[in-house]
Ligand binder design. Structure first.
Ligand SMILES: C[S@@+](CC[C@H](N)C(=O)[O-])C[C@H]1O[C@@H](n2cnc3c(N)ncnc32)[C@H](O)[C@@H]1O
Length: 256
């Protein structure tokens, strides 16, 4: 099996054809949330800025199609994962139910539902619901002997005990949406990818559930964040991205 490679194509196909069974230590997946087209248009939204409204063709399915799609890609990850492997799935209230249902149906054990609290969340323009400022990262495992680098996480935890000593990492992570230099931009200055994840979020996931030399796979690579951080941390990686422009963007980011 090839490693440190970006496949451009459909992840369900690639997971089934190119990825060996029981070869992957860690999957991080940030799938389409299926919310494009349903979102309120915010007049004056500076699309492509740090707050970007997701409205992409890859993100539009019926509820039934979405459940099937969720089942198929998670089943592909299940067969690719080692028996002690972990999967982390990023989602919002729009798709949390489907993700949890499919993970359980396929026999995964859910260890945590981590809350990413966005410290610079987009304001709510409808004034009819609480301002959305969180995403979930569901951590599930295939077997009983999962990896969890508890001590390493303590060391990178910005929260400290009252006396300044290191502290267990909790399941609520306060991190800003990608901004400043970290945000990849096109020649027009706009965001090169609408849902680029913060590197710090991936750093925590990768340190928590993999070791140096392990194989990390992202079936929805987008702008390449998972592969970029995995490489930095001395892990091997495989990325899959359907969209040609985003696959090229990831390759540029990874210098491959
Ligand atoms: C939510 S974004 C991931 C963003 C990524 N975490 C990042 O930091 O840039 C989802 C990505 O999945 C891709 N995608 C959608 N359907 C796909 C499929 N069936 N197979 C592979 N990639 C797909 C989209 O093109 C999009 O780039």
């Amino acid at each position: 099996m090839k490693k440190n490679i970006i496949y451009q194509g459909d992840c369900i196909e690639i997971l089934n054809k190119k990825i060996d069974a029981k070869s992957i230590d860690l999957v991080f997946a940030d799938p389409p949330y299926n919310l494009s087209g349903n979102a309120l248009k915010w007049k004056g939204n500076k699309t492509g800025g740090d707050w970007y409204m997701v409205n992409e063709d890859w993100d539009k399915m019926t509820d039934k199609e979405y459940l099937q799609f969720t089942n198929d890609w998670i089943a592909g990850c299940h067969q690719a994962l080692k028996d002690n492997g972990s999967i982390y799935v990023s989602c919002t209230h729009h798709n949390l139910a489907e993700i949890m249902m499919v993970l359980k149906k396929l026999g995964f054990k859910i260890n945590n539902v981590i809350i990413w609290q966005k410290t610079n969340a987009m304001p709510n323009m409808t004034k009819r619901v609480f301002t959305h400022s969180i995403e979930f990262i569901v951590w599930a495992v295939k077997g009983k002997n999962w990896k969890f680098n508890y001590e390493d996480l303590k060391k990178i935890n910005p929260d400290k005990q009252k006396d300044g000593s290191i502290k267990q990492m909790r399941d609520v992570w306060q991190l800003p949406l990608v901004q400043g230099k970290e945000r990849l931009r096109g020649a027009n200055g706009r965001a090169a990818h609408p849902t680029q994840k913060p590197e710090e979020l991936l750093r925590r996931v990768i340190i928590a559930s993999s070791n140096k030399g392990d194989m990390v796979l992202d079936p929805f690579l987008g702008s390449g964040t998972t592969a970029f951080v995995a490489k930095k941390l001395g892990r091997d990686w495989i990325g899959i991205e359907k969209n040609e422009t985003f696959a090229k963007l990831s390759k540029l980011r990874l210098h491959i």
